[in-house]
Design a protein around this ligand. Sequence first.
Ligand SMILES: C[S@@+](CC[C@H](N)C(=O)[O-])C[C@H]1O[C@@H](n2cnc3c(N)ncnc32)[C@H](O)[C@@H]1O
Length: 420
Amino acid sequence: MSTSRILHLAQIIAAQTALVDEHISNSGVAAPSFEADAPIEPIQKSNAEVERARVSAVEASIELRQLLEGPIKLILPESNFAPLAAIYRFKIATAVSPEGSTSFTDIASKCGLLEHDVRRLIRYASAHHRCFQESEKGRVSHTAASKLLAENEQIGHLMGLTFAECWPAHSRSLDAMAQKSEEPNVSGFSLANSTRLNMFEFLAQNPDRAQRFAGAMSTTSQASLDALATYFDWANLPDGGTVVDVGGAQGHVSVSLAQRFPQLRFVVEDMQEVVKDAHNKIPDGLKEKIRLVAHDMFTEQPIKNADVFLLRYVLHDWPDKYCVKVIEGLAPALKQGAKVVIQDHLLPEPGSLSLLQEMMIRSMDNIMLSLFNSREREVDDWKDLFNRAHGKQWVVSVTRVKENPSTGIIVAEWLGDLES
Ligand SMILES: C[S@@+](CC[C@H](N)C(=O)[O-])C[C@H]1O[C@@H](n2cnc3c(N)ncnc32)[C@H](O)[C@@H]1O
């Protein structure tokens, strides 16, 4: 008798979980737990093999659950994020004592809410998200998830981005979509905030929210910086060669490249409010090599004859016609052989990545839609942008990053001059 799909999935889960469990016993690390003292990373001291086993068990669990729950549940998933949004907004996690427990009455009074609302929010979050537990009736204590929310500033920023910015934007993205616009201010975000500004313009006028957004964005993984360093031949650029980091925020990527490739000099360009005072954040040893300047990338590039113009996770924030404008703005500054180097998401062929990777990149693509009316791009979409901006003058190559295949490095070499 052949094994059914559900049994096969259950076997994968059993076998892969056994590998993870063996790692846990052999290395003497904590087992995954919902308790408040559980570490943030579910599996400590993991390695590539253990991580593969963990991911494979998670993916099989998702498919098994979907099969066992059936198609109605697939199209009617739980989709009420108001409880988590309220927990973030009313700072409910910090109202719960770090040790021991706190009554619903005390939480309600600290947060300025009705007790019966607090009770239902917490009981929902506890059942759906393992966020808080009712250790005894009427008294709330932390789980690993709620403790993180109370104590980890970075997670707080990410919760803010998710529930105070993305969630309202998602719900209005349908109205934006119906307008079939290619303008960045016709987005779910702009409609949700009743503004005619695009998200970057809006944040520039709302410093607290801009700071929260920057805080949420501030974790750049080392693996992503490694990919940028290894998938383009920076070492081969000439001594004293110039890299212009367009939309480079406060220079963290240029700092990383300057540390690895000391022969290079960098100019970081971003909006005035982003670069002002940012020079203080450049490490002392690199201050000579990294200059920060205010520049609007939709206008002509002022730094002429640089060797590389880097656009790292910049163009995915913009609709196509604006990306073409950025590339056209670079053209007058380019010498023959200059390169535009892009590190960004690279949409896969549907079904070619693992389930978790596919879910992540499709989520990201739809977040881009809601926040910016922009998009993630496939290989041909990237080539098309250069085609639309002085097409004959570019040789474009697109390389998928093996270690993180939903991202890529796009290199466009400038062949000629604008007159030819
Ligand atoms: C997603 S962040 C990427 C930052 C950085 N390149 C990185 O890889 O971490 C996009 C950046 O584009 C900048 N930006 C947005 N509009 C801009 C404009 N008109 N001119 C220059 N930079 C802009 C934002 O301020 C932000 O720093």
